[in-house]
Design a protein around this ligand. Structure first.
Ligand code: AMP
Length: 544
């Protein structure tokens, strides 16, 4: 017997309909590439998304067709999130930090039909446009007055505001279709081989949105002002544009100005309460606030994930800025949210030092994500065992297969292997100790590189630290610490090695330290340890 409740497909357009109906006056503020601050409301967002949807249909874009963006965080990008998915087409957000060859490869692989781009990326578009196979229209995300003359070289160029202006906003209704239909496509950064596409559905996106907004996840409400620093081309800005519509939160978009000064100004002028981004972004911001003795007057929490948040950063946010870090973990393959480190009642009575221990972990699973850690033989390691293993996940917003079947069958007995090495404590709090590819195998034992990096990051002279495996004649591999010093700061190899004393098992201590000008960062702001390993592949460790 079926239940007797209404059945409505879970569609992305319903988020927009809700936002327009219940939060029409709520604001969306964007720093534009045109140079100014732009303000609009959810009513405007809904109206302009409908008109863009019509324009796409007029360009003969059909359900399942891929429509790409190469764009910063801004209101036009958000309109495309709803216009494209709303008509059943697939929004393909391309990472503009990729090499032009990769952009061409991805656009061809996705068979993009239209590509929308911010003016910043005009040179990139000029380089890739003659080479892509399927793109029929290139749309500059601006108005005609701001279109530079150099854009004339782009074939089949259209202007965003012309497309909107050319359509009425009267009788358009969002179509209804199967909630399992594809809605958006995001390629993983993939350190080796070709990038692989993760194809989200309307259903997976809606379920992820509901879970992501919960108090023990990102904790969003209509009273929030959210500034996603995490780009809309990195797993849909961790779902925040959808969460904002669902909750009616005010949205603030930083555009391409991601330096500490520009971000800080926007945090303060728009009274941002919640932000989200990878640790490297916060480092730049905290550098700016510390140098200028600034505090945040409204921001009280920030989501940090994408790579491990150094405990020193969590402490700095709390003690110097009264900002709680929500340490979160996820992956492109997981829409992305898997865990968030939020307290249980028991933790409320703890000292701040004990609470840091909880916050430093990547957190507990949000409902919808099941996770387990298995040993080398695939046997589950029970929660509460102090032993790490491969982390596997499953759930309705977790990938089943890559786009076009790339990589073959990826699931193991229905579980997705994350490629992360982790342990889970008795209360379900997960701690990532490494990426499978980054673990250091010393004398047959594993050394977790993240722990070693976190300790180095707590040293006042260290701006960034990566720990990689260096070849060792006796132990096979030993940890080598690669360090970028803070501007003007001094520290020696010996001082850094001594800094590990008492903080870690003696045999985990790095064998050597090298100082570098910069550590290579990937397209989503993560340290590229594979590049460092290549750079130091012949490094001779001291043998004494
Ligand atoms: P991406 O799909 O590019 O977002 O990368 C996902 C990977 O980033 C995960 O598999 C982890 O290795 C890493 N990652 C994400 N969040 C965290 C975190 N909070 N701590 C440690 N690693 C993380």
């Amino acid at each position: 017997m079926f239940g007797l409740m209404q059945s409505q497909p879970l569609l992305i357009s319903s988020l927009l309909v809700h936002a327009e109906r219940h939060h029409p006056e709520q604001e969306i503020v964007s720093r534009r590439v045109e140079g100014d601050i732009h303000r609009c409301t959810y009513r405007d967002l809904a109206s302009r998304s409908r008109r863009m949807a019509r324009a796409l249909q007029a360009l003969n874009i059909k359900p399942s067709d891929r429509v790409a963006t190469l764009a910063w965080n801004g209101y036009r990008h958000m309109e495309l999130y709803f216009a494209v998915s709303g008509i059943g087409s697939v929004l393909h957000t391309v990472n503009p930090r990729l090499h032009p060859d990769q952009v061409v490869w991805i656009a061809d692989h996705a068979e993009d039909q239209v590509l929308f781009f911010d003016l910043t990326f005009l040179p990139l578009i000029a380089a890739v446009a003659p080479r892509t196979k399927t793109v029929k229209h290139w749309v500059a995300m601006t108005d005609r007055a701001h279109l530079p003359e150099s854009a004339a070289s782009i074939p089949n160029l259209l202007v965003y505001e012309d497309l909107i202006a050319g359509q009425p906003d009267d009788t358009f209704e969002w179509p209804t279709f199967d909630e399992q239909s594809a809605s958006s496509l995001c390629y993983t950064s993939g350190t080796t081989g070709n990038p692989k596409g993760v194809l989200y559905s309307h259903r997976s996106t809606l379920l992820h949105t509901m879970a992501a907004a919960l108090p023990d996840a990102l904790n969003c409400s209509a009273r929030d002002v959210i500034l996603p620093v995490v780009p809309m081309f990195h797993v849909n800005a961790w779902g925040l544009p959808y969460v904002a519509c669902m909750t009616g939160a005010k949205m603030v978009f930083p555009g391409g100005a991601l330096d500490g000064k520009s971000l800080y100004e926007l945090f303060e002028s728009e009274k941002v309460t919640l932000s989200a981004g990878v640790p490297t972004v916060w480092q730049a911001l905290l550098g700016h606030t510390a140098a200028n003795n600034l505090k945040f007057s409204t921001m009280r929490r920030t989501v940090i994930g994408g790579s491990a948040c150094p405990p020193a950063m969590i402490r700095t946010f709390k003690e110097q800025y009264d900002v709680d870090v929500i340490h979160a973990w996820g992956m492109t393959e997981m829409s992305p949210l898997g865990t968030a480190s939020t307290f249980k009642t028991r933790h409320l009575g703890m000292t701040q030092e004990e609470r840091y221990e909880v916050m430093n972990r990547q957190g507990r699973a949000i409902f919808g994500v099941d996770m387990k850690v298995v040993d080398e033989d695939g046997r589950e390691i029970p929660f509460g065992t102090d032993k790490s293993g491969d982390l596997l996940v499953r759930g309705p917003w977790i990938l089943r297969q890559y786009f076009k079947g790339e990589g073959g069958d990826v699931l193991r007995d229905g579980w997705f292997p994350t490629g992360d090495v982790a342990k889970i404590d008795a209360e379900g709090y997960m701690l990532i100790t490494d990426r499978t590819k980054d673990v250091i195998k010393s004398g047959g034992e594993w050394i977790g590189s993240i722990d070693l990096e976190n300790i180095a990051m707590a040293h006042p002279a260290v701006a960034m630290a990566a720990c990689i495996a260096a070849k060792h004649p006796k132990w096979d591999e030993r940890p080598l610490l690669v360090v970028v010093k803070k501007p003007g700061a001094e520290v020696t190899r010996e001082e850094l090695i001594a800094f590990y004393d008492g903080k870690i098992a003696k045999w985990w201590t790095p064998d050597d330290v090298v100082f570098v000008e910069a550590i290579p960062l990937g397209a989503t702001g993560k340290m590229q340890k594979n590049k460092l390993r290549e750079q130091f592949k012949d490094y001779q460790l001291p043998t004494a």
